[in-house]
Design a protein around this ligand. Structure first.
Ligand SMILES: [Zn+2]
Length: 340
């Protein structure tokens, strides 16, 4: 081989290596500019997103903990499993096009401690501080001595409706009202008997007579469900003035009989309610509705859908409070629907 040819081969190899090196550097610089190191993060096998570092993950997690603590400082925030990090490189733009906060929030577990105040076995108020719960139970016992008031500590995942001071006051007054002895007026009703002897009767007899008449003449069960969750009468020392029929949210509520709507709207502890005057001293009330289909002054026919079932006002679950009033006095409404 000639000396000259060997030299040119060496020169060729040298320049080739130099060129490859330049190309490689150019590619490396481009990649490093557009790609960043990242930690691919999983919790309980679920992909959460890319963080620039584990420290950045901690920062995001602490943000969400603070977010929960702003709602209730006593909350316990935790992840069911430790996060798993995988080193990786990702395109810069990917950092912005991800929902790490949403994904992480979905994995965060919370445990709130609440204090339920129950009055005669019915939960009336829920506080997030034990002090407030005690304060209210004490003031209740002071106002109505016979009440059986208890505080129950409970752990919940979601913080439901917490009773505010104003609302607690309103509830307190309502409980006091409900537990005042109820005096049922007993008007004297005069009947004409076939022999024209005037006889007197208590209101109970009047309502029995109207109930019996309703039995003969019609009237319908006020909703689709037949489950009576609370009957009419005295319970835990207070008077329950209607028959509660529990059902599903939105179930239709039917007019017991044809009549004139005398009230349709919000009425305090009754929530959204409808009152219908059927004549002959009989009115029917339908309370705790989720929505109303009629307005005051409207004539309705028997079985017409007048409202939808709900849990508005003083209510702990979806039901209709069906109340019958005879000459304005509540009577056992069950007598009006039994057998219908
Ligand atoms: Zn009721």
């Amino acid at each position: 081989m000639e000396k000259r040819s060997v030299l040119s081969t060496i020169r060729f190899i040298f320049f080739s290596i130099l060129m490859l090196g330049l190309i490689f550097s150019a590619v490396a610089i481009t990649v490093l500019n557009n790609y960043k190191p990242a930690v691919k993060t999983y919790i309980a096998g679920k992909f959460i997103g890319y963080f620039s570092s584990e420290a950045q993950f901690d920062e995001a997690y602490n943000d969400l903990v603070t977010e929960k603590q702003n709602i209730d400082s006593n909350v316990k925030v935790y992840l069911e499993e430790e996060p798993v990090f995988e080193s990786s490189y990702i395109r810069d733009s990917l950092f912005e096009n991800q929902n790490v906060y949403t994904n992480l929030r979905a994995e965060i577990k919370t445990e709130y401690t609440v204090y339920e105040v129950s009055v005669n076995d019915k939960v009336e108020m829920t506080f997030n501080s034990k002090d407030e719960a005690s304060k209210y139970s004490e003031s209740l016992k002071e106002k109505v001595s016979k009440l059986n008031v208890a505080i129950n500590e409970k752990k919940v995942e979601e913080l439901g409706e917490i009773t505010s001071i104003e609302r607690a006051d309103a509830i307190l007054n309502d409980i006091v009202d409900r537990n005042k002895p109820v005096t049922i007026p007993k008007p004297v009703v005069t009947y004409q008997n076939p022999n024209n002897y005037a006889t007197t009767s208590t209101n109970q007899t009047a309502s029995d007579a109207i109930a019996t008449a309703a039995m003969m003449e019609g009237g319908v069960w006020p909703t689709v469900s037949r489950y009576i969750s609370s009957p009419y009468g005295w319970r835990w020392g207070s008077m329950h003035t209607g028959t509660d029929i529990a059902g599903k949210y939105g179930d239709p509520i039917y007019a017991y009989k044809s009549g004139l709507v005398t009230f349709a709207g919000w009425n305090g502890s009754y929530g959204y309610m409808v009152k219908i005057d059927h004549g002959n001293g009989l009115s029917t009330w339908y309370a705790h509705c989720s929505s109303l289909n009629v307005t005051a002054g409207q004539e309705v026919s028997q079985g017409q859908v007048i409202a939808a079932m709900g849990s508005t006002g003083w209510s702990t679950g979806n039901h209709v409070h069906f109340e019958t009033r005879v000459n304005g006095v509540h009577t056992n409404s069950y007598n009006f629907i039994v057998g219908k």
